[in-house]
Design a protein around this ligand. Sequence first.
Ligand code: FES
Length: 307
Amino acid sequence: MSIDHAPARPAIDDLPGWCPSAREASARVVANERIAEQTYVLRLDCPEVAAALTPGRFVMLRDPRTGGPLLGRPFAMFETWAGDRPAGYGTPDAFDIGYVTVGKLTGLMTAWKPGDRVDLWGPLGNGFPAFDGRDLVMVAGGIGQTPFLATARELAGQARYGRDGRPAVPPRMSLLYGVRTAGHLAGVDRFAAVDGLELRLATDDGSAGHHGYVTDILAAEFESGRRPDAVYCCGPGPMMGAVAALCRTVDITCYASLESPMACGFGACFSCVVPVKEPDGGTDYKRACVEGPVFRASELAETAFQH
Ligand code: FES
């Protein structure tokens, strides 16, 4: 059911200035495609935001017909597009986000169709750091694979993201991607098209790839002697906690993109705070929306991985 007068969001100029690159926009839906069980890719035409997105950054989306949620929900960028092709090194006019139907908004989103307008705010957050090493392992669980398509394409030299672009130095890189069952594997064809990306799959039920947790594959990589310069991970908290613990045992730098609940996305509500370690052994808090969502895992308290 729609309502005539959706609650207004704060104007972007009224914000405290924690997200200077963010834009408020009405984006046009270009496509909305189911790509796996409960998993969709939504393409939005919004050139000014598409041009500023980098891997791991996100946008807040809101349904203008229902006005909900008031300040939107966060969704990570999957890929940018120029017309009907991935933008690569061209100027993007649209971008994809991935989503899983788990709540009210994502349930509504499945009905969005080409030509619809949606409220959008972004890009927000810090994203994954630019990688300049020789070997990168990415570990994804569920919809946590979303930021790694752009990460891998950038490192393969197949795309550039952000207004100033970032250097593309092809390293060895692997994506370890775990889901419950084969039907939940999303975007595998796109990952397979990335030059030089080693794709390793895991399913809880053994219906595709390794039968077991994706962290089993990471542990086996370490046991074989592989020592990547960094591990990037995104997915359920317990999975990322396990990844961080494995990295700690072999002294590998690990970055985790936290899927914290967010209400505003711009640093004002503190609904997204995550516990971080203080040098004196105490605990402080940082906002995942502006100081994250990507954190160096060694900075995070153990309880940061509980969600
Ligand atoms: Fe409001 Fe982070 S979501 S401060």
